[in-house]
Write a protein that binds this ligand. Structure first.
Ligand code: SF4
Ligand code: MG
Length: 321
C-alpha cells in the first residue's frame, strides 16, 4: 500500500503570554515531533486523552492551524510550502468532520445552503447543479433528499453529523480527518454513524484519519491505530497488534481501562496514578514517566525515540531498546 500522506516531525507550539505587556513567557508544545504515514484507502485511528494533541494534529494536517515545523506530504507535495490559494484548492481533496455537529453547522442556514457552500467554493456555479448534488449527497448519507430546506435544529444529533459528513463529501475528497465525529452522540447512534463512515470509505475509496479519545471507538473501524500522549505518538501499529499485544505502558493502561470486559483481548490490568501533566510544563525524559508503573532511572533523563521495534510496530519506550 502506498502512502497518501506522510507526516514528518510535525510540531505545533502555542505561545503562552503573560504580564501587562503580553510578553511571551513560554510555550505549549501541543504537538511535538509527530511522524507517521497514512496509506491510501486506510483508516488510521489516532487516540489519546484530551489535551494530548490529537485534534491539533488533525487540524495542522489541513493547516486549519499553522504548524510550527515539520512536513506534511500529501500525494508527494509538502503542503506546508503551498500558498494560501494553492491550499484553498487542495482543501477539495482534504476535508474534516468535526466533533460537535451542532457547533459546526450554521444554525441560520438551511441544509441546502450548508452543503452548497463547499460546492460553490470549488466552482459548481449553476444552482440547478448545486441542488441536484445536495440531494444526491443527502441520500448518500442516509437522509431524505427533500429535507434540504430544513435547518440544523430540525435534525437529531446523529442526523446532524450525517449533514456534516455530506458537507465533507461534497467535492469528492480523498482524505478526511474525522475529529471525534461520534463523541458527542448517544451510544446507540454512534455505531450507525461508524457504519456509515465505513461504507462511504469503501464506496468512494476514501482515506480517514479517525481521532477518538478512547480505544473502544476506533477498534472496529481502524486498520492501524496510533496512541498519543502529551503531544507525541507513543505507539503506532496495526489494529490487531495494538489490541492483542500493546507494548507501551500507556497503551496497556488505556486498554485495561476499557470499561466493558472484551473477551477478544486480554490485557493485564494497569492502573495509572496521577493526572496528565500540563503540556506547558512537560516532564523531562519520557513524558509518561510521572505515571508509568514501569519507569526506570533512565526514563527521567532521556526521551525515548519513536522507533520500529518489529515490522510495522512503532513504540517510544526504553523498555524496548
Ligand atoms: Fe515507562 Fe520508561 Fe517506557 Fe516511558 S520510557 S513508558 S517511563 S518504561
Ligand atoms: Mg479534541
Amino acid at each position: 500500500s502506498t502512502p497518501i500522506l506522510e507526516v514528518k516531525g510535525l510540531k505545533k507550539y502555542f505561545d503562552i503570554r503573560g504580564g501587562v505587556f503580553g510578553k511571551k513567557v513560554g510555550d505549549v508544545k501541543a504537538v511535538d515531533d509527530v511522524s507517521f504515514t497514512v496509506n491510501r484507502g486506510e483508516i488510521l485511528g489516532l487516540v489519546g486523552e484530551s489535551g494530548c494533541g490529537k485534534s491539533t494534529t488533525g487540524k495542522a494536517l489541513l493547516r486549519l492551524v499553522e504548524p510550527t515545523d515539520g512536513e506534511v506530504i500529501f500525494e508527494d507535495e509538502n503542503i506546508l510550502d503551498l500558498s494560501k490559494e494553492q491550499m484553498r484548492r487542495l482543501r477539495k481533496d482534504m476535508q474534516i468532520v468535526f466533533q460537535d455537529p451542532y457547533a459546526s453547522l450554521n444554525p441560520r442556514h438551511t441544509v441546502e445552503k450548508i452543503i452548497s457552500e463547499p460546492l460553490i467554493t470549488h466552482g459548481v456555479e449553476s444552482s440547478k447543479e448545486q441542488k441536484e448534488r445536495v440531494k444526491e449527497l443527502l441520500e448518500v448519507v442516509g437522509l431524505e433528499a427533500d429535507h434540504a430546506s430544513r435547518y440544523p435544529h430540525q435534525f437529531s444529533g446523529g442526523q446532524r453529523q450525517r449533514i456534516g459528513i455530506a458537507r465533507a463529501l461534497a467535492n469528492n475528497p480523498k482524505l478526511i480527518v474525522c475529529d471525534e465525529p461520534v463523541s458527542a452522540l448517544d451510544v446507540s447512534v454512534q455505531s450507525q454513524i461508524l457504519n456509515l463512515m465505513e461504507e462511504l470509505r469503501d464506496k468512494y475509496h476514501l482515506t480517514y484519519i479517525f481521532i477518538a479519545h478512547d480505544l473502544s471507538v476506533v477498534k472496529h473501524i481502524s486498520d492501524r491505530v496510533g496512541v498519543m500522549y502529551l503531544g507525541g505518538l507513543v505507539e503506532l501499529t496495526t489494529k490487531d497488534q495494538l489490541y492483542e499485544s500493546p507494548k507501551h505502558p500507556y497503551t496497556q493502561a488505556l486498554l485495561s481501562a476499557v470499561p466493558v470486559a472484551d473477551p477478544d483481548y486480554e490485557v493485564d490490568r494497569v492502573i495509572l496514578e496521577g493526572d496528565v501533566p500540563s503540556p506547558s510544563n512537560p516532564p523531562s525524559g519520557c513524558p509518561f514517566h510521572t505515571r508509568c508503573p514501569m519507569a526506570m532511572d533512565v526514563c527521567k533523563e532521556v526521551k525515548p525515540e519513536f522507533r520500529e521495534i518489529e515490522d510495522q510496530h512503532f513504540v517510544a519506550c526504553h523498555l524496548y531498546e
